[in-house]
Ligand binder design. Structure first.
Ligand code: GDP
Ligand code: MN
Length: 419
């Protein structure tokens, strides 16, 4: 689950990271009132679940694809700016009037950035925060490093830019320190990073405190990523977080009921939201036209590969998990059928602990409960196969049967093409 910047910065502040003062607003008048409280010199920032906002552009919904094209092919002449013309998602305002005008130019429009894709994202809120006089921009991030099996903290003196760009063009500019999760955070980590970025004395201490707070935030929220880019050194020598990004591991959300309230469903794919509501947790929408119902993430990946090998494109990744509950199959099919691009469905089940007959029951129940107007290819194997086969046969449903995975994929591709 992704958070908005205004939510992420609050969590960072609660864990001891130095941030600027600021609050979220949903109307220009509110933005003006906050700017007034903060003394007038503020930054007004679009709140969407995507980065690259500063260089993005605000347009009407009908113009997003055109702008995306311009930003990707000719950034030099199209990227947004923090002042002057070419309004982007981050604007510096020196008076309350300018703050109100900036909010009016951003709210209710679509922000297109390199990260939003051609659809852009509707801006419903802006963060109004104290303007920072930046002397130098750094970047700082903590992630769970799958290779190391624990937290990894990364920092760079090439702040402001996207970390992926730095990693690609100048990988040695990124300093990395792994943290042993059983020992926990130790101050040498912050000191090491500070020294390698050339921050010493008081600034080194401030930086160290921020790294400690970043780590604390990562652990406290079960985040997969916490990023501060830029982390600014101000002209008066303070070190302060100017941007914030935080992604929470969905599989840990069950133990963070308080964070669940920060979810913004408008920012998420509607099919994925529906899947979550129906308890189909492992669903990711893709661009193809063959819906997949599979048990086990590995088998789901293999099924997607096989569909591609057979010349088709999967419409989703879906792992129904190891369940013996026919309703879960019904729910999975319901999510898939909500996607108008789906032209065929491939049910590929390996009955290990899951029983094939229960899955077959689910497919039959789904046919009874809703209109399934696309061909369904079934490939079942494993525990209680005979019972499952019998149920499918007796149901008289027009299911396309396959025994081997490649044959199933080929039949699904064929059915999707014919539909
Ligand atoms: P992003 O583009 O979505 O990553 O949004 P950021 O919050 O990182 O803002 C983009 C850029 O705007 C930053 O790299 C800064 O250069 C600039 N910026 C943001 N806030 C301030 C501020 O308070 N003062 C100044 N001088 N620049 C800012
Ligand atoms: Mn940023």
């Amino acid at each position: 689950m992704k958070l908005h910047e205004y939510q992420a910065r609050d969590l960072l502040a609660q864990n001891g990271v130095a941030t600027t003062k600021g609050r979220v607003a949903s109307t220009p008048a509110e933005a003006r009132a906050i700017a007034q409280e903060l003394g007038g010199k503020v930054v007004v920032k679009a709140q969407i679940h995507a980065g690259g906002r500063g260089k993005g552009r605000l347009v009407a919904q009908s113009e997003t694809a055109d702008m995306y094209q311009k930003l990707t092919t000719d950034p030099e002449n199209n990227s947004g700016k923090v002042r002057g013309d070419r309004i982007g998602g981050v604007r510096l305002a020196d008076t309350v009037d300018e703050a109100e005008a900036a909010a009016a130019a951003i709210l209710g429009r679509h922000l297109v950035s390199i990260q939003t894709g051609p659809e852009g994202k509707l801006v419903k809120n802006v963060l109004v925060a104290e303007q920072t006089d930046i002397a130098k921009e750094y970047s700082l991030a903590a992630i769970i490093d799958g290779m190391a099996g624990g937290p990894l903290i990364m920092a760079s003196a090439e702040g402001g830019q996207e970390i992926e760009v730095v990693a690609h063009n100048n990988p040695e500019a990124i300093v990395r320190v792994n943290v042993n999760p059983s020992a926990g955070y130790e101050p040498y980590v912050g000191r090491t990073l500070a020294a390698r970025l050339g921050l010493s004395g008081d600034q080194g201490d401030q930086f160290g405190k921020i790294v400690a707070g970043l780590y604390k935030t990562l652990i406290a929220t079960d985040a997969s990523l916490v990023e501060i880019n830029p982390l600014a050194v101000t002209t008066d020598g303070r070190v302060v977080a100017v941007d914030a990004k935080l992604n929470i591991d969905d599989n840990a959300l069950f133990r963070h009921k308080d964070l669940e309230a920060l979810r913004d469903k408008d920012e998420e794919d509607p099919l994925e939201v529906k899947a979550q509501e129906l308890g189909v947790a492992n669903f990711i929408k893709l661009d193809g036209n063959i819906g997949c119902v599979v048990n086990g993430a590995g088998l789901a990946m293999a099924t997607m590969d096989t569909i591609k090998l057979a010349g088709g494109e999967p419409a989703n990744f879906l792992d129904i998990g190891t369940v013996n509950d026919p309703q879960r199959v019904v729910n999975a099919l319901q999510v898939i059928l909500d996607d108008p691009s789906v032209k065929a469905i491939l049910v590929n089940i390996f009955g290990g602990m899951a029983r094939v007959d229960i899955i077959a029951q689910g497919v039959i129940m789904a046919h009874q409960q809703m209109k399934i107007d696309v061909p369904v290819v079934m490939r079942l194997i494993g525990t209680n196969l005979a019972e499952g086969e019998k149920l499918v046969e007796e149901s008289g449903l027009p299911l396309i049967r396959a025994t081997e995975l490649f044959d199933a994929a080929r039949k699904a591709v064929q059915a999707a093409g014919a539909a």
